[in-house]
Design a binder for this molecule. Structure first.
Ligand code: APR
Length: 176
């Protein structure tokens, strides 16, 4: 199993691609989006400006510029509106869209933040379940990928670990 859950800062990940929890404009913001843009430098914004935005649940890719990874995959997650507006399907689509772009660009190692669980208010337990379900399903059908959920807070780490232990307990996630 090459899916793991770690605590850390995705902007220092030395992987092929990191995923950015963006908004539909792709023009930066706060949270992990702001951190990624700050670390990547102004060229990232220029590259994003050329993309013409992105729909919720879809994903677009740029170089990573000053970041230590090769690519940034930008995906706008759903804003939580109580659960009755297709949020779960859209969040699942974020992970699937990022994974298919990663494949297309030959990325073997991909780090994900906990999409939509900050500013967008998606409840952590449900988001963790969706994220791990998608990563584990992909991992089972694709050899050689190294996929990590990079949690930035203890609260997020706990939510992912609880879900992991509940549903994937045969393989403990490696904790760095
Ligand atoms: N590394 C990893 N994860 C991080 C980092 C970091 N450096 N900084 C924040 N996070 C985590 C947050 O703790 C949260 O768990 O990323 C997760 C997603 O939170 P947000 O960044 O707020 O993203 P989201 O909830 O998807 O909201 C997106 O916020 O920043 C704006 O432009 C963005 O409008 C968009 C919205």
């Amino acid at each position: 199993m090459s899916v793991s859950v770690v605590l850390g800062d995705i902007t220092v990940s030395h992987v092929d691609a990191i995923v950015n929890a963006a908004n539909c404009s792709l023009l930066g913001g706060s949270g992990v989006d702001g951190a990624i843009h700050r670390a990547a430098g102004p060229e990232l914004l220029r590259a994003c400006q050329a993309l013409g935005g992105c729909e919720t649940g879809q994903a677009k890719i740029t170089p990573a510029f000053a970041l230590p990874c090769r690519y940034v995959i930008h995906t706008p997650g759903p804003i939580w509106r109580g659960g009755g507006h297709n949020e779960a399907a859209l969040l699942a689509s974020c992970y699937r869209s990022c994974l298919s772009l990663a494949l297309e660009y030959g990325c073997r190692s991909v780090d994900f933040p906990s999409i939509s669980t900050g500013v967008y208010g998606f409840p952590l337990p449900q988001a963790a379940h969706i994220a791990l379900r998608e990563l584990v399903a992909f991992d089972r059908t694709h050899e050689g990928m190294v996929l990590r959920m990079v949690c930035h807070t203890q609260e997020a780490l706990r939510a992912y670990q609880v879900d992991w232990n509940m549903f994937y307990q045969e393989t403990k996630p490696h904790e760095e």
